[in-house]
Write a protein that binds this ligand. Structure first.
Ligand SMILES: C[S@@+](CC[C@H](N)C(=O)[O-])C[C@H]1O[C@@H](n2cnc3c(N)ncnc32)[C@H](O)[C@@H]1O
Length: 424
């Protein structure tokens, strides 16, 4: 710990760090780029197999190195004081996307044995503003010394910063007038919805505020969605539109049966169910399954104009297990004809949910993933269980960070090339 060592950086790893080797051990190095030689300080050495380090000085710079978009996260600060949340901000945007693509490709090859190239696509408008101003939500924290700010990278240490260049301008404006009477251990969620006034929600602890009945509104195309004040919503300004269009494109229309038991798993307030209903208007049936009661109530209201839409509160694993236990032969047939959208949290759907999906055997899955490694693990299970990855796109919905969104189609392998599928 604390040693400074010279390292040749060979590769990018998942999590916004790069890889080097030193004395036979793998080193995960922050704030660098493959191809660079850097002086790095060891910040964690608890494990035998690897250590962590942060770049202190660049000895040989990559051609892709740029001045960091956020001075508070740059090499000018001591590693312990660098703001978290912009770990790729020193790399040009095109190279950031190539690195994200290689993490996706490598994960799929290594974990699922799937060879597939992918291009990480920019969100509309991001290239024009160098990937800044997209965050409609930020979480800040407070400490006993009276500091208010983000956590330093990979820590729970609050650091003060003079600006928030990734934040939407309404969020950035609000950070200038944060409540002056904060106490240690509070979280301040600064939020700029697209169809409600911006606001700050103050809560105790780092687990986010208690949700209340108060709602805000977000606009996506010609639709408006209600959600509880600090409920889940896509963070990038353009993400709801981008994901709506991507999910609509990802559904194979030849395999879509409006009368099937179509599902929007991890459905939140119904954004992706609405995408399905708008793509296949009329009598389409779809149920959102979401564990957050307030989000489900909002989903029911948001989808109320579609008679075939239903919102169910519950954990996805339990919902699928109950379905399997109680389904009639007709229901099982409607499930085999179904299109299932799933948009799980970062940890992915996991083995139990994938096993239930394999057993229920819906015609096609549209998997929206925010973690390439969790996605690759689930893709391995699903492809071993009778699905084929037929399409995959990736989107840079978190510029200057290591996060990336994947939208993939997995079709039941016996249906490949089918002209249509029906529950009848
Ligand atoms: C990535 S968000 C997606 C929400 C929605 N699809 C959207 O785009 O707005 C994941 C959602 O899954 C919910 N969730 C997390 N674990 C769950 C589980 N085991 N069962 C059901 N919902 C879950 C969260 O509350 C959250 O709303």
């Amino acid at each position: 710990m604390g040693d400074e060592i010279e390292l040749d950086i060979t590769n990018v790893a998942h999590g916004g760090v790069c890889v080097s080797r030193y004395g036979g051990r793998v080193v995960f190095v922050a704030d660098t780029i493959p191809g660079e030689r850097v002086l790095a300080r060891v910040t964690e050495a608890r494990k035998k197999s690897f250590v962590r380090a942060s770049t202190v000085r660049v000895i040989t710079a990559s051609e892709h190195r740029r001045e960091h978009v956020w001075a508070a996260a740059s090499l000018d600060r001591d590693p312990a004081e660098r703001a978290g949340g912009a770990e790729f901000g020193h790399i040009d945007l095109a190279e950031q996307r190539r690195l994200l693509a290689s993490v996706i490709t490598d994960s799929l090859r290594r974990m699922a044995g799937i060879e597939r190239e992918v291009v990480v696509e920019a969100a509309p408008g991001d290239d024009e503003c160098n990937g800044l101003g997209w965050r409609t939500r930020i979480s800040l924290h407070t400490d006993a010394a009276g500091r208010v700010g983000p956590y330093a990278a990979r820590t729970h240490t609050v650091v003060e910063v003079p600006d928030y260049p990734l934040a939407h301008h309404e969020v950035a404006m609000l950070t200038l007038g944060l409540p002056g009477t904060v106490r240690a251990g509070q979280t301040l969620d600064v939020i700029a919805p697209s169809a409600s006034p911006p606001f700050v929600a103050v809560s105790e602890g780092s687990r986010g505020p208690q949700r209340g009945a108060a709602r805000i509104r977000e606009r996506v195309g010609s639709r408006e969605f209600e959600l509880s004040k600090t409920g889940f919503w896509q963070v990038h300004l353009a993400a709801p539109d981008v994901l709506t269009a991507a999910v609509q494109d990802a559904i194979d229309p030849a395999l879509f049966d409006p009368a099937a038991d179509n599902l929007d798993l991890y459905g939140g307030v119904g954004l992706l169910a609405a995408a399905v209903l708008d793509r296949f208007p009329g009598k389409t049936r779809i149920t959102t399954v979401e564990s957050d009661v307030l989000a489900t109530e909002c989903a029911a209201d948001n989808l109320a104009d579609s008679p075939g839409a239903y919102a169910q509160t519950g954990r996805v694993d339990r919902y699928l297990a109950n379905y399997q236990r109680g389904a009639t032969p007709a229901e099982l047939a409607r499930m085999r004809a179904a299109t299932i959208i799933l948009d799980p949290p970062r940890s992915g759907a996991g083995g139990e949910v994938c096993a239930a999906l394999i057993s229920l055997a819906p015609a096609q899955l549209v998997y929206v993933a925010c973690d390439p490694v969790a996605f690759a693990r689930d893709a391995a299970t699903l492809t071993a269980g009778g699905y084929t990855l037929t399409g995959m796109r990736a989107f840079d919905l978190f510029p200057h960070t290591h996060h990336v969104e994947i939208v993939a189609t997995l079709v039941r392998s016996d249906l490949l090339g089918s002209r249509s599928v029906s529950a009848e």
